[in-house]
Design a protein around this ligand. Structure first.
Ligand code: ATP
Length: 441
């Protein structure tokens, strides 16, 4: 058997559309650039991914969750530095008017779109925050921003959470939510979009201990990606050099994945010092200090280690990594398979009666309805059994159960494994135990 990895993002975009994972937004109107809609299978996959992250963060006694609103007081973004400093350098091609992020291309080279030489404008700063108006009056006093990161919703709730949950340092607050950035050059499918979801955690600790917690969280976060099934050889660390380090950070490391278009950041782990809380204390005039009862009631502003992973970007890495084309060119045996980790697979099991006959349909449906109580399952009678297997392979379903004429006699079914394609005969009353054993995570 031969197998190849995903070579080109277009193959994945096509599979995602064909199989109901991800559609272009507003497609019937010609689409909206870089906006994507998750279809029925995409949303299952995304929810499963969010679940694994949420569980890994909150099933421990030192991290709690919040769900803060997207709109925040506009001064939040003054204090955080986003109003004045959340800029990317933008350049335009004077010939074809294409716009680029100056740090993502070489401006001494010809324009990648039209090939014109020496045609770039000087770089200008472009603020990435979306502005909108709050309430019925559209004047400057009503301007609010769509949050460009979820982190600030955590910082401004630091004391609310610490006091109500009676938390002692060190502890973390985590959140999953939408973020918006008016990116200059979105693209590469869901890698860079203007609306996306982040899964962030801020870990508050005593000043001086941040290095240790940075190391600890680096390890935990790397492991999470491995446990989602990503191949280690496709992951690498990228430490931020002094010129890349954000103004608020004293250390930062990215976890990068090798996408078909090259290595790209998937998650950032940042030691953000006490910058954000200090700023909010100054701009709000409210004390945001922690009283350390274990250190003589000393008051101080905690330091913060942040872990910030893009939900859509990590989902993209998972799809790219899981994609395999087997036996390319061999008509009989060629198949595309998504080798998704079973905990992430949108459909866990499919029940397929061998042929569409009432004799098989009634008991097969009964089995399906029984399994559906515990698992996201599918029942499919359309087309040949081979075609139905191929469809389940392409959407990453770990197990297919075939109900055939022998099943009526021996009360057993055939369970086919997605990856090995090995088929096992299992008694119908043992199917649940079989799946329970294979799908425990
Ligand atoms: P980049 O350098 O790619 O613009 P960043 O360093 O600005 O990313 P962070 O601000 O650290 O990114 O955001 C944390 C995570 O949020 C990123 O690692 C990424 O997974 C995700 N993310 C950021 N911007 C986008 C975007 N425009 N589309 C999708 N995901 C994004």
């Amino acid at each position: 058997m031969s197998e190849t990895n995903l070579k080109d993002m277009a193959e994945l975009v096509s599979l995602c559309k064909r199989r109901g994972f991800i559609f272009q937004s507003s497609e019937v109107y010609g689409g909206l650039q870089s906006c994507w809609d998750y279809g029925p299978l995409g949303v299952e996959l995304k929810n499963n991914l969010k679940q694994t992250w949420w569980k890994s963060m909150t099933l421990r006694d030192d991290v709690v969750g919040v769900d803060a609103s997207i709109f925040m007081h506009p001064t939040v973004w003054k204090a955080s530095g986003h109003v004045d400093g959340f800029n990317d350098p933008m350049i335009d091609c004077k010939s074809c008017k294409e716009r680029y992020r100056e740090d993502k291309i070489d401006p001494t080279q010809p324009c990648p779109k039209c090939g014109a030489k020496d045609s770039f404008t000087e770089a200008r700063d472009f603020n990435l925050m979306f502005k909108t108006h709050f309430g019925p009056v559209e004047d400057s006093s009503a301007i609010v921003y769509m949050r460009p990161e979820t982190a600030q919703g955590i910082f401004v709730n630091f004391l609310n959470v610490q006091t109500t949950m009676r938390k002692k340092l060190p502890f973390g607050i985590c959140q999953i939510g939408k973020a918006f950035r008016n990116e200059i050059t979105p693209g590469n499918f869901i890698f860079r979009t203007r609306e996306f979801e982040q899964m962030e955690m801020q870990y508050f600790c005593k000043p001086g201990t941040q290095k240790d917690f940075m190391e600890k969280w680096k390890e935990i976060r790397y492991q999470w990606h491995i446990e989602n099934g990503l191949r280690p050889e496709k992951l690498r660390w990228h430490p931020h050099g002094p010129d890349e380090l954000a103004h608020y950070a004293d250390a930062a490391m990215d976890i990068e994945y090798e996408f078909p278009h090259g290595w790209g950041e998937m998650e950032g782990i940042h030691s953000r010092t006490d910058f954000d809380l200090k700023q909010h204390q100054e701009f709000s005039g409210k004390k945001l200090e922690y009283v350390d009862q274990e250190d003589g009631n000393k008051k101080y502003i905690p330091y913060v280690v942040e872990t910030s992973v893009g939900c859509d970007r990590s989902l993209l890495a998972i799809l790219c990594d899981a994609y395999r084309l087997e036996n390319e060119g061999d008509k009989e045996n060629e198949r595309t398979v998504l080798r998704l980790h079973p905990k992430l697979a949108p459909i866990k099991v499919a029940v397929l009666p061998l042929v569409k006959k009432e004799k098989l349909d009634v008991p097969a449906r009964q089995l399906f309805e029984d399994l559906q109580k515990d698992y996201k399952a599918e029942y499919d009678t359309a087309g040949s059994i081979g075609k139905r297997y191929r469809r389940q392979d392409e959407i990453g379903t770990p197990f297919c159960i075939t109900f055939d004429f022998d099943s009526l006699e021996d009360n057993a079914v055939t369970i086919r494994n997605r990856d090995s394609m090995v088929q096992e005969r299992v008694a119908i009353d043992k199917v649940k135990d079989y799946l329970k054993d294979k799908l425990k995570f």
